[in-house]
Design a protein around this ligand. Structure first.
Ligand code: GAL
Length: 645
């Protein structure tokens, strides 16, 4: 169940054999290699050097390791960039993003597609049936370093092509975008411009289409790689290593290409990335927040249709956040077990050995820089390997009682039109997740249009555009469904629905929204009734036809709905969110366990896992003889596993 990311090209050849043997001794079964090695595979056009990779794979395979090979497209080499400078992406200010790090390509470049297809085919043909090869990783972290969107001439060309297919005629585009506004009408697709560098804000529909277009390109580019690999590498699976808190492309669609999803888990680095309060950041600085990794495990289990890996697991301090503390002793082990508890098939550490050179020299590995000596994280991995061997196979993960509907288009739409600066979709979804996890619930993530049958509770933090498919799946949900504010508030062309928000959900919910008010920090509105607390950031003015469960101080409905469909007409956080989650979870008939802030539970078959992110121990109300690991006292930064009675 353990793996590691390895870069044979970073080390003298005489290291390889010993590295491979030491990996095995650590309990590591899988090794990922090759994803940045283009300059070593093809040092000049059509001049190939496979010798080193042949030998590395032979050694790794010989030691009994299963190999995952990355396609090297995240790092186009210098000679290729010199031949085709148009491959480079362009930022929103119109500046080219140059050679010198990685991901310096735009998905819009036709030459880039040809070159990618060429190198992927060469690598897939050569290694596709290697006996040590079990799977593939396409590229590396699509979208990392803000590389989904690009704003250059190649992008404009490809965007116009995409629009032509979508709208057929310029009149239809004008109509859909409402281009009559500010005289934005075009007479042909060649007049369409990129929605950047405008005097004031560009048309939101144009921006949304621009985002959809780039997102579609990521999925199509990935599919191109998958098709080539499948043609030359039968019986091997394909994955991609997604990132945390990246929403710039629709991960569900890339997931459709893959056999399983993978993601790169840097729990401490993400504490600085997510909009936490300063107090939370300090509290969780050396452990991470207890929902960060779990949120992504559950999301990517969904994206992978039930199958996922952690392709890169933080093994110690990283180098890329504003501050990079050493994790508290125990956390590397905890994160590893936590991933497995959430259904990961393999947890693969990044990286085998800290590099003494180049950009990531401050990034820990399982071994100290340049040496054959385990780092503190490496020693935890070693312990974890021993414990996993003793535990044996984990039971299958079942369906969770709660589903969260997660929608990338809503993220784009709220970035394009925040209306209140702090209306952040990713934050909203994360906080709803946190609140329901604090009640001891396991969660599945479902895409819009995915089946919601069999869930006692479905949470829809926000779904701005409700497609036919999404509506049908929501209608068929047999549990309680809670919608957040702004759901159904735009149609696919970014128009306010004729029937007013929540548009296609209005009838089922028995309501319509006539006004919305974004609340700057310091403003809040008291909510009372079945749920209590204060709305912050956002409130709506709803007309109710169904039942009103809670009201704002001015009497307007705050929580309302019909039958088993509820709508909260506000941004709920803190006490209000807690009370809201408790209310809907009870109504949905769930058995709740209120957990202290640092403790989380997760079930896998009849095994229950408890994780303690905090500095104090906690008593577990479980008989001692049921424990498979740990005991009734849950130690700080540690875990316990027991069998459900
Ligand atoms: C990931 C990336 C790796 C490495 C790592 C460092 O985002 O895939 O190549 O850069 O971060 O934490």
């Amino acid at each position: 169940m353990l793996g590691v990311c390895y870069y044979p090209e970073h080390w003298p050849e005489h290291f390889w054999q010993r590295d491979a043997e030491r990996m095995r001794a650590l309990g590591i079964s899988h090794v990922r290699i090759g994803e940045f090695a283009w300059s070593r595979l093809e040092p000049a056009r059509d001049r190939f050097d496979f010798g080193w990779l042949d030998r590395a794979m032979e050694i790794l395979h010989g030691a009994g390791l299963k190999i995952v090979l990355g396609t090297p497209t995240a790092t186009p080499p210098k000679w290729l960039m010199d031949e085709h400078p148009e491959i480079a992406p362009v930022d929103e200010q119109g500046r080219p993003r140059g050679f010198g790090s990685r991901r310096h390509y735009t998905f819009s470049s036709e030459v880039w597609w040809k070159e990618s297809a060429r190198i992927v085919e060469i690598v897939a043909r050569r290694y596709g049936t290697h006996p040590g090869l079990v799977g593939w990783q396409t590229d590396n972290e699509y979208g990392c370093h803000d590389t989904t969107l690009s704003w250059g001439p190649e992008d404009l060309k490809a965007f116009r092509r995409w629009l032509r297919l979508r709208y057929q005629a310029p009149e239809q585009l004008n109509e859909a975008w409402g281009s009559v506004f500010w005289s934005m009408e075009v007479a042909s697709f060649d007049e369409v411009v990129l929605p950047n560098l405008t005097v004031t804000e560009p048309n939101p529909a144009a921006r949304l289409d621009f985002w959809r277009f780039h997102s579609d390109q990521v999925a199509a580019y990935d599919r191109m790689q998958c098709d080539i690999i499948r043609a030359h590498s039968p019986e091997r699976w394909i994955t991609h290593n997604f990132m945390g808190f990246v929403n710039d492309f629709d991960h569900w669609k890339v997931g459709d290409n893959l056999d399983l999803a993978a993601w790169d888990s840097y729990p401490i680095g993400f504490v600085e990335k997510f909009p936490f309060s300063e107090e939370e950041r300090t509290r969780w600085a050396e452990t991470s927040h207890p929902d960060i990794a779990a949120f992504h495990h559950d999301l990517y289990r969904g994206v992978g249709k039930g199958r996922f890996w952690v392709m890169e697991q933080q093994p110690g301090p990283v180098n890329w956040a504003p501050w990079n503390p050493v994790p508290k002793p125990g956390m590397v082990r905890l994160w590893t077990f936590e991933a497995l508890a959430h259904g990961a098939e393999v947890v693969s550490y990044f990286r085998w050995r800290q590099a003494p050179f180049a950009q990531e020299q401050m990034h820990a590995g399982l071994n100290l820089p340049g040496l054959d000596e385990l780092s503190p994280g490496g020693r935890e991995a070693e312990r974890t390997g021993r414990e996993l061997a003793a535990l044996g196979a984990f039971p299958e993960s079942g369906k969770a009682p709660v589903a969260i509907l997660y929608d990338y288009e809503t993220y784009w739409s709220t970035v394009i039109q925040p209306q209140g600066r702090d209306f952040r979709y990713e934050e909203l979804a994360f906080r709803w997740y946190e609140a329901i996890r604090r009640l001891g619930q396991d969660v599945d993530f479902v895409r819009p249009g995915g089946s919601l049958k069999g869930y006692a509770l479905v949470l829809v933090p926000c779904l701005m555009q409700v497609s036919e498919a999404a509506r049908a799946a929501l209608d068929e949900a047999d549990g309680l469904v809670l919608f957040g504010a702004r759901s159904g508030s735009r149609d696919r062309n970014f128009w306010i629905p004729e029937t007013l928000p929540p548009g296609p959900l209005g009838e089922t919910l028995g309501l319509r929204i006539t006004q919305v008010s974004s609340l700057r920090p310091g403003l809040s509105e008291r909510v009372e009734g079945a749920v209590e607390g204060s709305a912050t950031r956002w409130r709506e003015y709803a007309e109710a036809e169904g039942t009103v469960f809670a009201r704002f101080a001015d009497g307007a409905p705050a929580l309302l709905g019909k039958d088993r469909r509820l709508y909260v007409a506000a941004w709920a956080e803190g006490a209000l969110l807690e009370s809201l989650m408790r209310h809907v979870a009870e109504k949905a008939g769930l058995t709740l366990t209120a957990l202290p802030a640092p403790i989380r539970l997760r079930r896998r078959g009849d095994w229950v896992f408890a994780f303690n992110y905090g500095p104090e121990s906690h008593g577990l109300p479980v008989e001692a003889d049921r424990f498979l690991m740990g005991g009734p006292t849950l130690e700080p930064h540690s875990l316990a596993i027991w069998r459900e009675s």
